[in-house]
Design a protein around this ligand. Structure first.
Ligand code: RAM
Length: 506
């Protein structure tokens, strides 16, 4: 495929890159894992002792270090021998396995059957030919637990003299505002969300520091929205918006994700909802900074999303057939939800056009046409929106509400009806849950929004997560969009929005 690169935007994005803040941390405890049917995913972590160095490691032995919290960074290790007892006459081999959560370090890598490349598994084996030595792992890891197994078969003694992590982030957690509540659970949820936002904030807003370590626009939209009120890292937000504008396929749609340092930076495939979120990112930028110059500069890119997507929409039997994301819910008919996203984004585009004194006529016409199709999906009998294939999902109701085509009373009635309706098409990611909260908020159901946050994020907390995970289904602790729960990300940007909501709602 050929990629269209805008060098000016790329250069501006480069100029906004800032050095990361480093901090050295050491493990707190040595632990073991045990099968426990009452614990999350059936594993509990038990303390064996404090992590005091040196720690001896024999061949075939494994030691699990618990750093006490989630960190993103580079491992430093000092290894020593006891030459007076026996000199190290052959290379030492160590296998490092990093885990954000216990399942990740107990699942054997050879059993991996996931849909994503197994390179994401956080393990690597290293040889150390001469001891003593100091070493560092080049790959950045995202973890709380580190398992070290000695894999050589020699009998000479080896000591881990020191172990530390150079943790990195673009921001300092202590700079986040304190939550305005004494409710212990909300305070903890807020902390967990702020921590997630911080850990994902690196040279770009990453979706997850373990995986995919990439700039996804669906994630960026929520990260930036939260960050305006938490760390206000405006340079990084601007840098990421420029990056999306800087590389597109020939189709001119904004890519769903950017590989910031790997030319040609984007793949050809697209998610229509994610491309439309470029409009939202620009809209939110203006709303939160009042800076019109970026809007002016990038308005053509935003307008192009409307132009191209409008052309590509195939309207048959009230369906909109375009590839989109919406949520990781299997067999979801996304077409009606996508109409809602379309209207939601076009309303923002209309405002931007009016702000810049550009013509908004074509956009307005399209909003009316799309709203008509969406409203024709409403089913009087159930009081819910039904997709052309006959499906009733949470997703469709949420995006119908967010599109703003309903009155407040109608929106409340739809959001109430879906709770009673037995559907298998439920929200699977905290990403989708965020939009549910937004729908509740827009319908003035603030109490319900707070209860929902306390319930869902409270359960993530009770499950033992330090940060907010990518996927969380209370009905299935092993749910994974990749068919391998150990590859799920336990610190995922799109799940950090309670920091935004709690600030707004409390
Ligand atoms: C996952 C990523 C990312 C998300 C996409 C659609 O692979 O984790 O966060 O935006 O899906």
């Amino acid at each position: 495929m050929s990629v269209v690169i805008n060098d000016i935007f790329r250069k501006k994005a480069e100029e906004l890159k800032a050095p990361l803040i480093e901090r050295t941390v050491r493990p707190e405890r040595i632990v073991v894992t045990e099968k426990d049917k009452d614990a999350f995913q059936g594993i509990s972590v038990i303390k064996k002792g404090d992590a005091a160095f040196p720690v001896e490691i024999k061949n075939d032995e494994e030691i699990i270090f618990d750093f006490g919290d989630h960190f993103v960074g580079y491992l430093n290790i000092s290894l020593g021998n006891d030459g007076l007892k026996r000199i190290t006459d052959s290379p030492l081999k160590l296998l490092f396995t990093f885990g954000e959560f216990p399942l990740e370090i107990v699942t054997p890598p050879e059993e991996y059957k996931g849909g994503l490349g197994n390179g994401w598994l956080q393990n690597e084996e290293r040889s150390y030919v001469f001891l003593p030595c100091k070493a560092r792992l080049d790959r950045r890891y995202s973890f709380r637990y580190l398992k070290i197994r000695r894999t050589d078969n020699a009998s000479f003694p080896v000591k881990i003299e020191d172990l530390s992590v150079t943790a990195v982030s673009a921001v300092r957690e202590e700079n986040a505002p304190v939550p305005r509540t004494n409710d212990e659970i909300f305070r903890k949820i807020y902390k967990m969300s702020v921590k997630t936002l911080k850990e994902c904030q690196q040279e770009v807003f990453e979706d997850g520091p373990k995986r995919d370590r990439r700039l996804w626009i669906g994630d960026l939209k929520l990260q930036a929205m939260t960050d305006y009120g938490i760390f206000r890292n405006l340079d990084l937000i601007k840098r990421c918006i420029y990056l999306f504008a800087s590389a597109t396929g020939e189709h001119r749609m904004v890519a769903p994700c950017i590989f910031p340092d790997s030319p040609p930076y984007v793949d050809e495939w697209t998610f229509c909802d994610y491309s439309l979120f470029f409009i939202s990112c620009l809209y939110d930028w203006y709303r939160n900074t009042g800076d019109i110059s970026l809007v002016k500069e990038l308005y053509p890119v935003a307008y192009t999303q409307f132009d191209v997507i409008k052309e590509r929409f195939i309207r048959k039997e009230k369906r909109i057939d375009l590839n989109c994301f919406i949520d990781w819910c299997p067999e979801l008919d996304k077409s009606t939800a996508l109409l809602g996203v379309y209207i939601y984004a076009l309303k923002q585009l209309k405002e931007l056009a009016e702000l810049l004194g550009e013509s908004a006529e074509a956009v307005k016409e399209e909003i009316t046409a799309a709203a008509e199709i969406l409203l024709s999906c409403f089913d009087e009998k159930t009081g819910l929106f039904v997709t052309p294939s006959g499906q009733i999902s949470y997703h469709t109701q949420i995006w119908a509400v967010l599109s703003g085509v309903l009155t407040k009373e109608e929106a409340v009635s739809v959001l109430t009806a879906i709770k009673e309706y037995p559907t298998q098409f439920t929200m699977r990611t905290p990403y989708m849950m965020h939009y549910y909260i937004e729908a509740l908020y827009n319908s003035e159901l603030k109490k319900e929004a707070l209860e929902f946050i306390k319930d869902k994020w409270g359960k993530m907390m009770s499950a033992g997560f330090d940060c907010c995970p990518e996927v969380f289904n209370t009905e299935n602790q092993f749910e994974s969009p990749y068919n391998a729960p150990e590859i799920n990300s336990a610190c995922h940007a799109w799940s950090c929005t309670p920091a935004y909501w709690l600030k707004k709602l409390l």
